[in-house]
Ligand binder design. Sequence first.
Ligand SMILES: [Zn+2]
Length: 314
Amino acid sequence: MAKTTKQPVATSTPSKLKKAEDTEKKEEKKEENKAVSRTAKAKKEEKEVKVEEVKPAQKPAKTTEEKDKAEVTIEKKLMALYNLQQIDSQIDKIRIIRGELPLEVQDLEDEIAGLETRIDNYIQESEGFEKSIGEKKTAIKESQALIKKYEDQQMNVRNNREYDSLSKEVEFQNLEIQLSEKRILEYQQSLEEKKIEIEKFQQVLQDRKNDLEIKKSELDDIIAETEKEENDLVKKSEENRKFIEERLITAYTRIRKNARNGLAVVQIERDACGGCFNKIPPQHQLDIRMHKKIIVCEYCGRILVDDGIINLVS
Ligand SMILES: [Zn+2]
């Protein structure tokens, strides 16, 4: 049943076309007949006019013309999509490079803050040692004063017992002095060690501060450099989007968001999807090469293009 109803429809168009062609031919003949009787110059003019006259006669052929137009549009859409992907990938690249630099600067700033804290702690510890040395020096002076006092008292003792007792006090204070001197030496040693450490870390700190300055100016340069480039690309991306219908842009944006590498439009590479590397069936590949439909990868959903589109774009 379907076959029989289909057939008349299929034949009707060519018959119409034929009719149109016939009228066209008749008109052409008329024109030609007219032209024969005229000069060559006039004939040329007539030919130009003829082109215009012929136009209405071509009307029935418009259906195939429209079909061609639709195909070109899909091809153009694919080209626009591929082009858009190239632009957006460039923008991604710029943003990644710029995204890593602030992190490096941040790392350096953190390291510098850590070093400064460490140096501050060492300085405080050093101050503690200096304070202790001062205390021990005071203690020595006090012991020396006591010794002098005991020795003076020994001049006026009434018996040996008192004298011996004072001698023991003097001996004790002398031991205290020795102990304090020992401690002072220890503190001085620690102080010396801290001093070396502080110098060492201050050198490291200075190096890091220099690194930071370099990185910061590098970052400023890159930001200034890439900002213009990025803005130009964003403008180009927006202009390109105008050629693509909303539905496709939405799909493109969604695929790009879900894809780790931001690729929504990929090329066929060695019979496989350039995004997920799954094999593409031969029939699918054929359809892709025809540029008559927008075909997505059945595994990852990315829009697929062949090198024909890429060549057309470049
Ligand atoms: Zn895929």
